[in-house]
Write a protein that binds this ligand. Structure first.
Ligand code: TYM
Length: 325
């Protein structure tokens, strides 16, 4: 199993429910590779000091959330040069049209204009495919927004295999039912995202928000004008129910039944309670782990050394197949 998170902003409950907590839950069942994808974060030209520090923030959050370094490789993407090397090869096998179809690129193109988007942002799915293919991943646990990128990875893997024999493993996405698509609290028509959250204080609950902040944000989450929870629920209410269900480990239907006929404030306070119960222990562990930067760095260096052996073997196999060695 392989996955990664960009150190591009504060992690929010979408990252937690859609990805991180599922990795923690499933770590016993797989051989695990979790990276902090700093090369991906570089595509939006972050402040260098912020990128450096956020990379360690994410490592500490992985550990605080319960990823066990005895069971998981936890490493920084740029520490393993094979990612960039295979990324280039993948780009060479990627028709431009495949990248132009990516929703993330299209959306940013519409809001920022294509002229201003970095080439790295455009070719980003090729690097992501390399991340996955290097470790012969069977499964890629992600939120729903990454489905298209995993599909892209499968397409390019199949293309490589069709042209050069079975050279890479074709991975499958692992996407949960509930929690896979947490929407913005201030606007439930858009996915909760780090970049929107940076400019909109009521958009997201961050994993490191203190309890009173969590209560305040959930209390102000957009709902609708109905007096109580009833079918069919609007998108804001559905989002709260979905978060509650994900946190309590039940399906959305039984969470709905639990609140049916109750006020929105009952739903909101139960959702805030569930969030606080999940996040408080993580926050306590995080404070300790983040304080010891040298321990974090030591772990990263050791993990990068181990995964480099695997990544370089795959890279050599692909290089051989395409004629680079
Ligand atoms: P990133 O950093 O945007 O998000 C990290 C993980 O969080 C999930 N996620 C969400 N899940 C539910 N609701 C949301 N609102 C929400 N927002 C984010 C994402 O689906 C993801 O699982 N390109 C990737 C990083 C990446 C990667 C990889 C992932 C690079 N290489 C290889 C898997 C495998 C990204 O930008 O994720």
């Amino acid at each position: 199993m392989l996955s990664g998170i960009q150190p591009s902003g504060d992690l929010h409950i979408g990252n937690y429910l859609g990805a991180l907590r599922n990795w923690v839950r499933d770590q016993e069942r797989f051989e695990n590779f979790f990276c902090i994808v700093d090369l991906h974060a570089l595509t939006v030209l972050p402040d260098p000091a912020a990128l450096r520090s956020r990379t360690l923030d994410v490592v500490a959050l992985y550990l605080a959330s319960g990823l066990d370094p005895a069971k998981c490789e936890i490493f920084v993407q740029s520490h393993v040069p094979a990612h960039a090397q295979l990324g280039w090869i993948v780009q060479c096998f990627t028709p431009i049209g495949w990248l132009e179809r990516m929703t993330q690129f299209k959306v940013r193109g519409q809001t920022q204009g294509r002229e201003r988007i970095g080439t790295g942002f455009f070719t980003y799915p090729a690097l992501q495919a390399a991340d996955i293919l290097l470790y012969d991943a069977d499964y890629v646990p992600v939120g729903d927004d990454q489905r298209q990128h995993i599909e892209f990875c499968r397409d390019v893997a199949q293309r490589l295999n069709a042209l050069h024999g079975d050279v890479v493993k074709v991975p499958e996405p692992l996407i949960q039912g509930v929690g896979a698509r947490v929407m913005g609290l201030d606007d439930p028509s858009v996915k909760m995202s780090k970049s929107i959250a940076a400019g909109h204080p009521l958009h997201a609950v961050f994993m490191l928000d203190p309890p009173d902040q969590i209560r305040r944000k959930i209390a102000r989450a957009q709902t609708d004008t109905e007096p109580a929870v009833r079918d069919p629920v609007g998108p804001g209410v559905a989002n709260l129910i979905d978060m509650y269900a994900a946190l309590r480990g039940v399906d959305a239907r039984s969470a709905f039944d639990e609140f049916s006929g109750k006020t929105y404030s009952a739903l909101k306070s139960a959702t805030a309670d569930a969030l606080i119960a999940a996040l408080e222990p993580i926050q306590r562990r995080y404070a300790e782990l983040r304080a010891d930067e040298s321990a974090l760095r030591t772990g990263l260096v050791a993990s990068a050394a181990r995964v480099t052996v695997i990544a370089e073997a795959t890279l050599a196999r692909v290089q051989q197949a395409v004629g680079l060695r």
